[in-house]
Design a protein around this ligand. Sequence first.
Ligand SMILES: C[S@@+](CC[C@H](N)C(=O)[O-])C[C@H]1O[C@@H](n2cnc3c(N)ncnc32)[C@H](O)[C@@H]1O
Length: 280
Amino acid sequence: MEKIKIEKNSVQETLIIPLYGRKMCSEKFPELYTDIYAERLCNRIDYDFSELEKKNKSFLYEFGSLEAAMRQLDMIWEIKDYLKKYPKATVVNLGCGLDDTGKACDNGLCHIVNVDFPDVISIRKQLIIDGEREKNIACDLKDYSWMEQVDGSEGVIFFAAGVFHYFKTEEVKNLVLELSKRFPEGCLVFDSVGKLGLKIILNKVLKNMDINDVDGYFYINNPKKELNWSENIKVTSKGYMLGYYDMKSPGIRFSHRFFAWLGDKMMKMYVHKMEFAGKE
Ligand SMILES: C[S@@+](CC[C@H](N)C(=O)[O-])C[C@H]1O[C@@H](n2cnc3c(N)ncnc32)[C@H](O)[C@@H]1O
């Protein structure tokens, strides 16, 4: 079967890390997390996984795979919770990469929309078959015309997993305010890290992009103060690693949970839920 190529050193390449993390976590900690798509997708991509494979056994990479899985579990928790109230809502995966969280939350009634750059959507279309209530939108999230293609009449939940690290703070804020105006019943869920965490991510992931100074990029040290963008938006923030689940699963050691605690506290890893409350 023909393999699909992913170019190195691009923002799009960043989709590989969480995808590989989910595959690795499914193999190592299946009681905690399973992703039936991740392994199949990794096998279909023409990408040099050797660097990742080499580090596969190191503690830090093992922990990285837990990060990818916990983030997805947190998002799934919030989406399923929203769908209890709005079962026919639209579930929108912002910067979807090759993630299939929408399908993992499908209740048979909701609609699923996946948004990413055109080249990523074209790769996605070759690898993933859309469900009957699912569609893809190829665009830059910063060009708000994509919002016209989202039906929020039965409720809408947007989620962005590992996406806003590559945005400037003003860009995230403007996007959020625009969403809150257009989708007054909507909700947005996304992850963030603090300044130190962002330095590590950007230098590790975007090696060629020369980001030494992360000022201006989106990091959050104090959610209550820094996400206070509108009185029409209610913000709830929880620990990314341990805010939703206690990670007490077979194979998860004390050291994993200790690192998870450190990640939440020291790296300030959070998952935020923003509930929009009516037009301004
Ligand atoms: C780290 S990957 C995460 C992918 C996916 N959310 C996951 O958890 O596997 C970041 C994704 O965001 C997309 N992305 C980043 N900036 C974007 C933008 N301005 N418009 C659309 N997609 C964007 C990238 O193409 C990439 O697929």
